[in-house]
Design a protein around this ligand. Structure first.
Ligand code: NAD
Length: 334
């Protein structure tokens, strides 16, 4: 069977996912949800989408009567994910939601609960969880190749352009760089070390309070402590370029990725040499793997479900609290 996907929010990332899905063997784009009729027309002709699989934001609850769509993939601005995922679940469809799943942990929990209640699966677009070089480092770490893990460093950022875009609007983005790009360092710290942080400290700097308004973070440095005693040091920014690097240090070895989360090719090496796993189109592999998870109950090596995303949201809440209070914030051991 093939996973039949409807994309919601036909913007930049939806286009990338749709193009990548053309090469999928287990997932297929069959429907769209958009507020812009001209975009729907364009997508219908590009991807051969029938009229009966096209919806707008007013009528998309009717998707529940559509037997030819299995899953709604939400690729709208962050703050809209919560309501849209809950509506899709209520319509009886599985949901794939882009990162960040929501703009805080409370909303994330509500989305998980809604999907549970509707008996549908909730997955989050963590494409790095299927990336071959990333998975090789995780295999090596589990195999003990790096020895006891002591330190992770994650640096994620870029210089953001147009000040009027939704990413710089707190109402739609839920925050700033942390929600968009810093989340990769948070998620990476967790999958690279294989541990969940028990404390967080964080410091914010803002050079441009006009562009980065109240509640929209420009640059945050943050640190984690893990149960083993390992620590992490990370940077999230919308005001520096060339920041896409992970470094994992153990007592017997190390792993380095740069770029670490870009669309690729990912490049990496360890104390044992260059990583040579092939470059893949992340979204193609992600969608084929997610088809396996949804249709066949396949278990991914690194989880991509709502509970996994909630862990990142709890950490984001803690980082913002640490910035605000200047205090070390304790996280519940998982
Ligand atoms: P975008 O601005 O290119 O697209 C957003 C789309 O949502 C647009 O088509 C817009 O018309 C639509 N939209 C619907 N309702 C809207 C409203 N009320 N206000 C504004 N736009 C509205 O953004 P994008 O880069 O495609 O990002 C979309 C989501 O995908 C975000 O959550 C982002 O974090 C995520 N994303 C993930 C990755 C990844 O690698 N996993 C990469 C890029 C973006």
């Amino acid at each position: 069977p093939v996973l039949r996907v409807a994309l919601m929010g036909l913007g930049g990332y939806a286009n990338r996912v749709a193009d990548a899905m053309q090469a999928c063997t287990k997932a297929k784009l069959v429907g769209v949800i958009s507020g812009t009729p001209a975009k729907i027309k364009d997508w219908q002709s590009r991807f051969s989408i029938p009229d009966k699989n096209c919806y707008n934001y007013d009528n998309f609850d009717q998707i529940k009567n559509n037997k030819d769509i299995d899953v709604v993939y939400v690729t709208t601005p962050n703050a809209l994910h919560h309501d849209q995922v809950i509506r899709a679940a209520a319509a009886g469809k599985h949901v794939i939601c882009e990162k960040p799943m929501a703009v805080n942990a409370k909303e994330g929990q509500e989305m998980i609960d809604a999907c549970k209640k509707a008996k549908v699966k909730l997955l989050v677009g963590y494409r790095m969880h299927f990336e071959p070089k990333t998975l090789e480092i995780i295999r090596m770490r589990k195999n003990g190749d790096f020895g006891k893990i002591m330190f992770f460093q994650g640096q994620c950022g870029f210089t953001i352009g147009d000040p009027t875009q939704w990413r710089l609007n707190k109402q739609l983005a839920g925050g700033g760089a942390m929600m968009d790009i810093g989340i990769y360092a948070i998620n990476g710290a967790r999958y690279m070390t294989g541990e969940e942080p028990v404390w967080v400290t964080a410091q914010e700097t803002k050079t441009d309070p006009v562009k980065f308004k109240e509640g929209v973070d420009e640059t945050i440095q943050f640190q984690f402590g893990f149960p083993s005693g390992a620590v992490a040091s990370c940077l999230s920014t919308y005001n520096m370029n060339n920041l896409d690097r992970f470094f994992l240090d153990g007592q017997k070895g190390f792993a380095s990725l740069q770029p670490s989360t870009g669309y690729g090719p990912i490049r990496g090496y360890t104390n044992k040499g260059e990583l040579t796993q092939p470059h893949v189109t992340h979204q193609t592999v992600q969608m084929d793997e997610m088809a396996g998870i949804i249709l066949e109950g396949k278990q991914p090596i690194i989880p991509v479900d709502g509970e996994e995303a909630l862990k990142d949201l709890k950490i984001i809440d803690a980082i913002y609290l640490a910035v605000k209070t200047g205090q070390k914030v304790a996280l519940q051991p998982v």
